[in-house]
Ligand binder design. Structure first.
Ligand SMILES: Nc1ncnc2c1ncn2[C@@H]1O[C@H](COP(=O)(O)OP(=O)(O)O)[C@@H](O)[C@H]1O
Ligand SMILES: O=P(O)(O)OC[C@H](O)CO
Length: 502
């Protein structure tokens, strides 16, 4: 039994990947699903569609493994789960049916409520307990919104009839046909209801956000058998042996096991996480402190500092779908490389506000410094630069917070295949950027945690030895030019802040 079936439930697609004991991809399947935008600033998913797409890709992968690779189901040691974080589902415990669409992490409907909580002076308490800033990004205010806006929901929640879960919890519920209602500390630490030090739900926070405890899942370690899938789903019941939020999973999959090692994932958003060991560092520079993973119950967790950037690869999707200046995301590299610079134009992609380090829900996108000479190539280059500059800002804050000088930044996610973007990243942050051979690090990290629990891998040293470099991008820009670039970017960002009126 030396294969792991990893489920990677992301913001725009559900994926299933089968890994072998060398940490290599054996087969993979992916299905996109509908993004629902009922009002400006709102983003929803249908939780049933999430489950049906996830089921269909896991069945497809198992079917391919059996037919193409003549593998028996007995060769799969376990299922691993990793997921888009914060996205909130509330469902009926009896019927298993969601009572509303899932509210996605990007959804901004609770911005005003969050502001009122900050104005009422709750920010310090929340930061001390959770490591988070009060923001609509996290689950707590999304749960509260559902309880207050879906007919009868609060009364039913108080009677214990409803369950809350992030997507990991929802998948486990579906896989076990409602037998297991669980999450892990990496996901729970994004709820704004979880105490980073006790590694448990916090009653003061539940009271503050007015959320009944009966809604909440049990907390289990990120690694370890927590239940078994129903036999009819895949033809045999399989142990479920890990749960971990996707960004923490990528940190594990990048083998960032030592203090100060960091990765950035270039997906829809960009998420940089640095391992800070068994210390939950409070950030002084508006980063988040979060649980990386907890390997065993009653053991200390590994913590991370995180900088979350909302618009990463999604900026390139906007060039493709919103402006129509490219046909495929990959085309942006050649277009941007056709000009030597942006002509001092900057794009600030604050389309849904700004995350770290500005955290401004009212910021909106801006394009500054354009002239009659600005072309779509300059715009494409400014879009790529905006990704690298946002990440460089997070990296700067992280270095200030932890006083650790990074020796390298490990890169992954769909946009890490863009060599120009990787070079910009090295230049703007003054640090070597390293792309590994296997870039499916999110699913891989979850697979490693499940495989550690089921004997596929013995320890993290063995996993570190499987990590291999594809390409290193060294910084080439001189320091004065780098500082100037960052200063100009900050001027552009200032023009985006606070733009939206409501
Ligand atoms: N060559 C590329 N250059 C820049 N961006 C890219 C490139 N290829 C893909 N992307 C962007 O990367 C994102 C997809 O990456 P992925 O890791 O699959 O995202 P997610 O897991 O968040 O859905 C999309 O937003 C897409 O626009
Ligand atoms: O699904 P992704 O890869 O866009 O990741 C989403 C993050 O987990 C949100 O915090």
């Amino acid at each position: 039994m030396s294969y792991i079936l990893a489920l990677d439930q992301g913001t725009t697609s559900s994926r299933a990947i089968l890994f072998n004991a060398a940490g290599e991809v054996v087969c993979t399947a992916q299905e996109e699903f509908e993004q629902i935008f009922p009002h400006p600033g709102w983003v929803e998913h249908n939780a049933n569609t999430i489950w049906s797409s996830q089921l269909s890709v896991m069945q497809a992968v198992v079917a391919e493994a059996r037919s193409k690779h003549t593998m028996s189901l007995d060769a799969i040691a376990a299922i691993a789960i990793t997921n888009q974080r914060e996205t909130t589902v509330v469902w009926d415990r009896k019927t298993g049916l969601p009572i509303a669409n899932a509210i996605v992490w990007q959804d901004r409907r609770t911005v005003d409520f969050c502001q009122s909580m900050r104005e009422a002076g709750h920010a310090q308490l929340v930061a001390d307990k959770t490591g988070l800033l009060i923001d609509s990004y996290f689950s707590a205010t999304k749960i509260r919104w559902i309880l207050d806006n879906v007919d009868g929901a609060r009364v039913r929640a108080e009677r214990g009839e409803l369950a809350f879960g992030t997507i990991d919890t929802w998948l486990v519920w579906q896989l076990t046909n409602g037998k297991v209602h669980a999450t892990d500390p990496s996901n729970a630490s994004r709820s704004m209801l979880f105490n980073l030090r006790t590694l448990d739900w916090d009653q003061d926070l539940l009271d503050l956000f007015d959320i009944p405890r009966s809604l909440l899942p049990h907390i289990v370690p990120s690694s370890g058998i927590l239940g078994h899938s129903e036999a009819d789903l895949l033809g045999r019941s399989l142990p479920i042996a890990s749960i971990i939020g996707d960004q923490q999973a990528a940190t594990f999959g990048q083998a960032c096991f030592k203090l100060g090692m960091a990765k950035n994932t270039y997906g829809t958003g960009c998420f940089m996480l640095m391992n800070t060991g068994d210390q939950a560092y409070p950030s002084k520079n508006r980063l988040l402190t979060t649980v990386g993973w907890q390997r065993q119950a009653n053991q200390a967790a590994t913590y991370c500092l995180e900088g979350s950037v909302f618009m990463g690869g999604a900026t390139i999707q906007w060039l493709r779908d919103g402006l129509g200046i490219i046909n495929r995301a990959g085309d942006v590299e050649a277009l941007a490389a056709s000009v030597p610079d942006t002509g001092d134009a900057y794009l600030v992609p604050a389309f849904t506000g700004l995350g770290a380090p500005d955290w401004d829900g009212r910021a909106r996108g801006s394009l500054v410094g354009i002239t009659r000479g600005t072309t779509k190539a300059h715009l494409a280059r400014a879009a790529l630069e905006s990704i690298a500059l946002q990440v460089a800002g997070v990296l700067g804050a992280m270095q200030k917070d932890s006083s650790i000088a990074l020796s390298e930044l490990r890169a992954d996610g769909g946009a890490c295949h863009n060599n120009l973007l990787m070079q910009m990243q090295a230049d703007f942050s003054g640090v070597a950027v390293v792309r590994p051979k296997v870039t499916e690090t999110t699913a891989l990290g979850a697979a490693y945690l499940a495989g550690l629990a089921t004997g596929v891998w013995s320890d993290t040293e063995q996993i570190s030895s499987l990590w291999a470099v594809d390409r290193v991008f060294e910084p080439l820009m001189d320091e004065a030019a780098r500082q100037n670039k960052i200063a100009r970017w900050r001027q552009a960002v200032e023009r985006s802040l606070g733009w939206a009126e409501n």
